[in-house]
Design a protein around this ligand. Structure first.
Ligand code: ZN
Length: 482
């Protein structure tokens, strides 16, 4: 399919002049989706339309069928899984449903990095795999293979289906505010292939933001896609300069970072449209998205299987209020099947049933990456969603970032706004200090800017404590003492 072939020459495309890209884009956008994305796109759209009307047990049986196929294929073709199952005395017939997945080992990110060859299917030659890497926001990007003609088609179908909830069509004009959309030194540009305006999240500084907002208003996108931290900077500029949002804007489509309630309110006020978010990964193991009613995320089991585990790796019951680490199993990628892949992301199960009528299970929240928790003295985890960042004590703070190198000591770096003074510092100390409790030292530092990560995100938390230490505090301990 054409999308995958283009992926291989994207650098050439990105470096050609705009008139050339416009010509190619015009041709490309006239192609029907089936040609652009191949037959898997159509199959996935049909499946998603069907499951929309199903009962939960029907959806379960579809998930289990896909899961059985994925496990059988991994056993037949992937040395890592064949060995892992044989050494446990397991055969594909033993894995009938999601609840049997615990017979298989968890897959750590480090294993994906170190044992990539053993995770590759012997049945897939070079032309049937597409090598990609994660953005590397944590500084340790990991590479893996997607099955050509399948994974990116399925992804496009999933996005088109989920975003249709806010009226999105692929032919609509969009602005994209992310890190990887442009070369490091380019601030904004048009991408005729996608029909979008690209704004670099590396350049969201006072020097560039006014020009970026002007371009945005002139372009009049129907949708703005981006990282919450990036779009929030544009939102703040609109409010501060009393600027109206682009005309005809229908929704903000946000992902790749935890969307905090204070950011959601700020963006809704500035852009005066629906703020819509979803949860997914470059590894494409699970997908969850808001529906018309908001209030949590529907999980799409026909895309990937989700389990929640405790700190010892035991599967937690899927019951309202249960919090655990997300473990995902990709159901479509035969070239390098990721089974029980640990995401290091934390989520909480929501209520069963939604006014929208979808049978898809719901997450109440995705608390974000485990590295976004702060650890108070005594090992007590503090989720940044609990830090009440919309409080007025931050009114004269432009941006901020928590940094932690040792348990019980947290640095808060703030970029002050005009008028920020002693009194603001005291108020912040008191308010934030209260959340951490006695015994945790809070060091406040003023700075000129919060540098974006390599992938262009602005992290609220830079956590240097090792993941196992954070997990130990953030997740429920096993009931059996494992
Ligand atoms: Zn719903």
């Amino acid at each position: 399919m054409i999308e995958d072939r283009l992926y291989g020459i994207r650098e050439l495309y990105e470096s050609s002049p705009l008139w050339m890209r416009k010509g190619a884009g015009l041709l490309f956008r006239r192609l029907p989706n089936r040609l652009r994305y191949g037959p898997v796109y159509a199959r996935m759209r049909t499946l998603l339309r069907a499951t929309r009307e199903m009962r939960r047990d029907e959806l379960d049986s579809i998930e289990n069928r896909l899961l059985r196929d994925a496990v059988a294929s991994a056993y037949a073709n992937v040395p890592f899984y064949r060995d892992a199952m044989k050494s446990r005395g397991i055969e594909p017939r033993h894995v009938r449903s999601r609840s049997d997945l615990c017979l298989l080992p968890l897959l750590e990110r480090g294993t994906l990095r170190d044992a990539a060859d053993a995770l590759r299917s012997e049945a897939h030659g070079a032309q049937r795999r597409l090598y990609v890497t994660t953005g590397g926001s944590t500084g340790d990007p990991v590479g893996f293979d997607l099955e050509t003609g399948v994974c990116r088609s399925k992804e496009a179908a999933m996005l088109d289906h989920a975003w249709s909830i806010v009226g999105y069509k692929r032919s609509d004009r969009s602005a994209i505010v992310r890190g990887s959309v442009l070369g490091r030194d380019r601030v904004c540009d048009e991408d005729p292939i996608k029909g979008s305006l690209l704004l670099s999240s590396y350049h969201l500084t006072d020097a560039h933001v006014p020009m970026m907002v002007d371009r945005l208003k002139a372009y009049r996108p129907r949708y703005i896609q981006g990282y919450p931290s990036s779009v929030a900077i544009l939102a703040r500029h609109l409010l501060e300069t009393n600027t109206s949002p682009p005309e005809g804007l229908r929704a903000l489509l946000l992902s790749s970072e935890t969307l905090r309630p204070d950011q959601r309110r700020l963006m809704a006020e500035a852009f005066r449209c629906r703020v819509y978010s979803w949860y997914g990964h470059a590894e494409r193991v699970v997908y969850a998205a808001e529906c018309e009613h908001g209030d949590g995320y529907h999980l799409f089991p026909e895309y990937g299987t989700m389990e929640l585990i405790d700190e010892a790796g035991n599967v937690l019951p899927w019951e309202k209020g249960v919090t655990g680490e997300i473990v995902g199993t990709a159901l479509w990628n035969r070239a390098m099947p990721l089974i029980r892949y640990r995401t290091n992301d934390i989520a909480t199960v929501g209520t069963d049933g939604c006014p929208c009528g979808r049978p898809h299970p719901k997450l109440a929240s995705v608390e974000g990456r485990i590295q976004e928790f702060l650890i108070a003295s005594g090992g007590r985890p503090i989720s940044t969603t609990a830090l009440n960042m919309h409080s007025d004590v931050f009114d004269r703070v432009d941006q901020m970032q928590f940094r932690q190198h040792e348990e019980g000591c947290v640095e808060l770096h703030v970029v002050p706004r005009h008028g920020f003074g002693e009194r603001d510092e005291l108020a912040i100390r008191e308010q934030v200090g209260k959340k951490f409790g006695a015994g945790t030292e809070l060091v406040l530092r003023r700075c000129a800017e919060i540098p974006p990560t390599r992938s262009g995100k602005r992290r609220l938390v830079v956590q240097d404590l090792p993941v196992p230490d954070i997990l130990a505090g953030a997740l429920p301990a096993t009931a059996h003492g494992a």
